[in-house]
Write a protein that binds this ligand. Structure first.
Ligand SMILES: Cc1cc2nc3c(=O)[nH]c(=O)nc-3n(C[C@H](O)[C@H](O)[C@H](O)COP(=O)(O)OP(=O)(O)OC[C@H]3O[C@@H](n4cnc5c(N)ncnc54)[C@H](O)[C@@H]3O)c2cc1C
Length: 459
């Protein structure tokens, strides 16, 4: 439902009086700032944005929304804002104030509030010689990443991030605060690890971390003219690769932005980046076949674990972007040709990057006592993205991204990774039938009125 403008301001004024945090409505001067997510291309227009101060505030918001027939949309950063679509009838719940990071060094565990970014976790861990299964970008949120799965630069060695989660604090749709573990609420604990935030609003997550001080990591960049040769070499290199190596091959068309270094600005490359968690000499030997191709730029070397977030050069601040992904079971010559046609040396493309992250290893095996997503199938996790400096470019980029998905479809695994799907798609893309049925039953048990709405829904 959508409330009239007067009703909205009256109701939300009442709500604001009951919260420690803040309620922002279209009547507020900073509305157009507060309603934005990290992906600035998503034009989010909810009934109101609520910035709770704590879990008690969230419980109040949930009760308020339920009473009015509104839905609550939890959001940490808005990296995955694109699939949300129309937010009328919804309250956007920004968890950005839930920022506590507690490190338990003895137990090798971290408890992070739902608004915490990965960069904050890795910085807190570094002094203790510990590292987390963090994603490639320091400003991705811990919550969305772990609720959807979590592919880190240690994924092939240590599995998905969500399988390292040991406890989750939530507010359920009935307004109750719960500490969810395998013992207290086994179904909810299972559903939240890979099933997204559909079944409860997360206020904090506790997860295991690992004794890692340095990792052999970096990137190799070759001129885009060598794209075919490097893609073929990478495909061969990854056929029988140590699980200590988690890497990505990418076609990169860097825009001519003024604040970029000269060697990148306006240039196109084929590159390999990632991490090899082995002693330096062993890791260098693993990398040698790609090094022997003679990259123009080679930054691989021992890197402090806390610096891993720099390797992939993800944008450090919100940007407008259009992207989407799929999983490939294989990368035969015809698939390489399709990639070259999309973003190789001859291509006229609006895409910034096509990434193929190497799967398999521990990321490809069901984790012991894992959740709704306990591994990812397939050989390569593909994500294609372009920046949108002008909204008029959107149809061009959307067509390119959709065209790439269609061109690679013959080798698609049929199962997608929800964190890399930026379009609203049926949930059967992410889960097999039994998993989806179990997720839906848990949603029905904990949120029968469908108060909570997330990036990828179960219906
Ligand atoms: C630049 C960039 C780099 C990335 N790198 C990686 C990577 O290396 N590995 C990887 O696996 N993924 C990566 N991703 C994908 C990323 O994991 C997803 O976009 C993820 O959903 C982001 O989580 P968030 O909390 O930052 O985003 P949000 O958009 O804030 O959250 C995404 C969704 O998570 C759920 N959610 C968030 N907070 C809560 C909560 N408190 N309670 C309940 N549900 C909640 C909701 O469904 C929400 O819609 C990357 C994305 C981008 C844009």
């Amino acid at each position: 439902m959508s409330l009239t403008e007067t009703a909205v301001s009256d109701r939300f004024r009442d709500l604001a009086d009951r919260l420690t945090g803040r309620v922002v409505t279209p009547a507020d001067p900073d509305w157009d700032v507060e309603r934005l997510g990290w992906n600035l291309a998503a034009d989010q227009r909810p009934e109101a944005v609520v910035v709770p101060a704590d879990a008690s505030d969230i419980a109040v918001v949930v009760g308020f929304a339920r009473d009015l027939g509104l839905r609550v949309v939890p959001q940490g950063t808005g990296h995955l804002a694109a699939p949300l679509g129309d937010l009328s009838g919804a309250v956007l719940l920004h968890t950005s104030r839930l920022r506590e990071v507690e490190v338990d060094v003895a137990a090798a565990q971290v408890r992070a509030g739902a608004g915490v970014l990965w960069g904050e976790v890795t910085s807190a861990l570094a002094p203790h010689g510990l590292a987390a299964l963090a994603g490639s970008s320091p400003d991705v949120g811990v919550a969305g990443y772990l609720l959807g799965g979590g592919y880190s630069w240690m994924a092939r060695e240590r599995g998905l991030g969500c399988s390292a989660v040991t406890a989750i604090d939530v507010v359920t749709a009935d307004g109750r605060q719960r500490h969810v573990t395998a013992d207290t609420e086994p179904d909810l604990f299972w559903a939240l690890r890979g099933g997204g935030g559909n079944t409860a609003i997360v206020t904090a997550l506790t997860f295991g971390v690992f004794p890692v001080v340095t990792v052999y990591a970096g990137m190799l960049l070759y001129p885009i003219a060598r794209a075919g040769e490097v893609l073929r070499a990478y495909e061969e290199w990854t056929r029988d690769l140590t699980e200590a190596a988690t890497t990505c091959v990418r076609l990169l068309h860097v825009p001519p932005l003024p604040d970029l270094p000269d060697f990148l600005r306006g240039q196109a490359f084929v590159g390999v980046d990632g991490a090899i968690d082995l002693p330096e000499a062993e890791a260098a030997a693993v990398l040698e076949p790609l090094r022997a191709l003679g990259p123009a730029i080679d930054t691989f070397g021992d890197l402090a674990a806390a610096q891993l977030g720099l390797v992939h050069m993800d944008p450090p601040q919100p940007v407008p972007a259009i992207g989407d992904g799929l999983i490939l079971d294989d990368l035969p010559e015809a698939a390489i040709e399709a990639l070259l046609a999309a973003a190789g040396p001859e291509a006229q493309t609006a895409l910034l990057a096509i990434d193929l992250r190497h799967l398999g290893g521990a990321a490809g095996r069901p984790a012991e006592h894992g959740g709704a997503v306990d591994h990812l199938p397939g050989r390569f996790l593909v994500y294609a993205v372009g920046m949108l400096p002008d909204p008029a470019l959107a149809p061009v980029l959307e067509a390119e991204v959709a065209g790439l998905r269609a061109a690679l479809e013959p080798w698609a695994s049929g199962r997608d990774y929800s964190n890399f799907r930026e379009a609203a798609v049926p949930p059967s893309r992410f889960y097999d039938t039994a998993t989806l049925e179990r997720l839906r039953a848990i949603k029905q048990a904990y949120d029968p009125e469908r108060v909570i709405r997330t990036a990828h829904e179960l219906d």
